[in-house]
Design a protein around this ligand. Sequence first.
Ligand code: NAD
Ligand code: UDP
Length: 348
Amino acid sequence: MNSLPEIHGRPAGDASSGLRLLRQDGAARRILVTGGAGFLGSHLCERLLGQGHEVLCVDNFTTGRIRNLDHLRRRPNFKVVRHDVSLPLTIDVDEIYNLACPASPPDYQADPIQTMRTSVLGALNLLELAKTRGIKIFQASTSEIYGDPHVHPQPESYWGNVNPVGPRSCYDEGKRCAETMFFDFHQQHRVEIKVARIFNTYGPRMRPDDGRVVSNFIVQALKGNDITIYGDGSQTRSFCFVDDLIDGFVRLMASPPSFTGPVNLGNPEEFTVRELAERVIALTGSRSRIVHRPLPVDDPRQRRPDISLAMGELDWQPKIPLSDGLAQTIAYFDRLLISESQELAETA
Ligand code: NAD
Ligand code: UDP
């Protein structure tokens, strides 16, 4: 990872210079994916490369891992650059997907000021780049925009119920501010924007220690450790498998310029956290016990997307049921834990 090229200071220079020349037939584009070494970003890079595009991944590797990209790094139309998006960057690209930001509550709360810098300054820098180059830009926004919602399920028209000074605020308010900037650049500078409000998504390449509920429960079940339900487990979430979500990203980016979002992308099937724990135990055949831990401050009570807008405008809805997605995710973590224990045994 240390050998990765970096973009230093400002202006950043042309980090895309190592890529092949862009095909001029209009089909293949040179696409910047920020946060491309993370869970969602790595799947997006893979999808875009599969469609024949050139992809430049920019990441500072705080929560992302280079191993997420190992299978892509030999491709001639793929390049990885280390850079913090809160610093300006100048790159020759045709489209931007901005995914850079830690997403798991323990990750984004570990350094709240940096989380806010990433969301706000990162969005500003990338919007400036989009404005200068006259290109369209996608923002990975979040259901956290709705906070602890009083309206259920959540439509895009709901303004939300967010605590501005709690432990989740660095993330929630940072993402809200980024959305505001996206719409201001659109109105003031005619920048073409695509804003997706992503609901809880899971799948292979989540970090086993990222602290999110799906990864925690699966890893705990596979190791035979206690499964930690925060609170009584009656709070709800709606879990979308990563492949479905990436379909939504690509459809949103391909939508007409008049469609800006914000648009909810998520699976409208709603489960309590207790139901999720029971599913994971059943699918893994684990003997883990369920234990209860304190509910984190400001933990939303319920969350479920109203996806009518995505269905109407993007002809999109998730296809992969929770049990199928969980089975694929369990198989991924199973392989990962086995390979990690083999590596440990070899170095012992
Ligand atoms: P992740 O933590 O796996 O990925 C985030 C990536 O951004 C990592 O590779 C990290 O190193 C990188 N990053 C963080 N700060 C950066 C910075 N300052 N400069 C450059 N790179 C930086 O999280 P994820 O689940 O893949 O989430 C990706 C995006 O989607 C985030 O913006 C997140 O807010 C959004 N989102 C995700 C979910 C979900 O359920 N996964 C839900 C809502 C929104
Ligand atoms: N949660 C839990 N046990 C865990 C991790 C999370 O009960 O080990 C709960 C958490 O309190 C929340 C839900 O699961 O109610 C989803 O948490 P996650 O961190 O995955 O995402 P959030 O939607 O809160 O951002």
